[in-house]
Design a protein around this ligand. Sequence first.
Ligand SMILES: Nc1ncnc2c1ncn2[C@@H]1O[C@H](COP(=O)(O)OP(=O)(O)OP(=O)(O)O)[C@@H](O)[C@H]1O
Ligand SMILES: [Mg+2]
Length: 419
Amino acid sequence: MANREEPILIGALDIGSSKVSAIVCTLDEEGRPRVLGTGQRQSRGVKRGFVTDMEATEVAVREAVEQAERMSSQNIEDVWASYGAGGLSSDLATVEVEIGGHQVEPTDVEELLQSGREAVDRDGQVVLHANPALYTIDDVQGVRSPVGMHASRLGVDIHVIAADEAPLRNVDLTIRQAHLGVRAIVASPVAAALACLSPEERDLGVALVELGAEVTNVSLHAGGMLVGLRSIPIGAKDITDDIAAAFGVRRRDAERIKCFHGSAMTSPRDNHEVVEALPIGAEDGSEPLRISRAQLMTVIRQRVERTTAEVEAALKDMGFVKPVGGQVVLTGGGAELKNIADYMQGVLGRAVRVGRPRAITGLPDAHSGPAFSSLVGLALLASQGSGGDIRDLALPRSKPGPQATGMFSRLMTAIKGGR
Ligand SMILES: Nc1ncnc2c1ncn2[C@@H]1O[C@H](COP(=O)(O)OP(=O)(O)OP(=O)(O)O)[C@@H](O)[C@H]1O
Ligand SMILES: [Mg+2]
């Protein structure tokens, strides 16, 4: 049990399709997280980001958290957890109040936000984040801070991220069954963005592509917040499975081949290099298969091309088109595939870089790769508190259905000073 003399403890937990990772942090004098311990287990019972076998996942959660607790010699009571499966939605809710021409006071803003609390049915979705984005004064959009200005009407666009209720509850229940409290469940792209995008990038407009094991989350960030997201049920594990199926080797060998010999770019040397692996079911000592790198590349490229095409379609669908769209940042374990950023840069025709989580004190090397962006982002978010969220807020939807295309351009226009 924590007592007042003990340091503030933050627990973060990322339940992915391939791994469950946990981190225990404290805060330094400046309020920045300092890592005390980390833990990781192979994920079980998670498919495409959804918990499908609660008991199996619970064991992985318990073991990963216990490992982080042991390393830090601390016990945590609750965690900040990520949610990165499909079924996330992002939109803007607009609310407006009459001011009557006087100067806007902080209480007017509070009243405005309060009026956004009127509960509406979100059709089986749970609100994860509700951030006041940009204010509107009469017909002028894009006002960041309205206090002190004269207005007849004051409005605000509240950015809402919601998740389908059932899969979210399963994550919540799994964590609770592992005897941990749930402080907050955070949309994975929100956490990952905080860890591997600079504040300037998030302000100017950037796309973040998190290539996980079984899910690829594409999100747009502008004006310092997430303004659109799409989830694609394809990930780096699909490359492993393709290799295993194409050459008849075990998944474990296919994974090793992908990580050590795989690449997203072909090279003239590919015909001369050979990779060896035992066929499935082969006895020890039997003749290994000889796979040329060119054959391997054909298999990898097919999956990478398909994934990139889906990413491109998602970006277009959300309105991330030139000239407003900026660069693309790739993260998640799949971003470790050799030359993936170069390949995507060629196809997408815009700058692409690999994003690793920002260094936080005490983060071990083993947890500093792009696969840990969401985990590190959770710790950063937790260290900042709620970050302007309107907690427990149920907001009216302006229109049903995804509206991200309009939202991105609208925000970009507003941020850049247009109407
Ligand atoms: N060097 C590498 N080359 C190619 N792929 C890699 C490399 N290193 C790791 N990966 C892949 O990254 C994937 C794991 O990524 P990550 O840890 O982000 O997924 P996850 O969070 O468990 O799953 P998800 O977010 O999809 O639910 C694995 O499929 C792994 O094969
Ligand atoms: Mg993940």
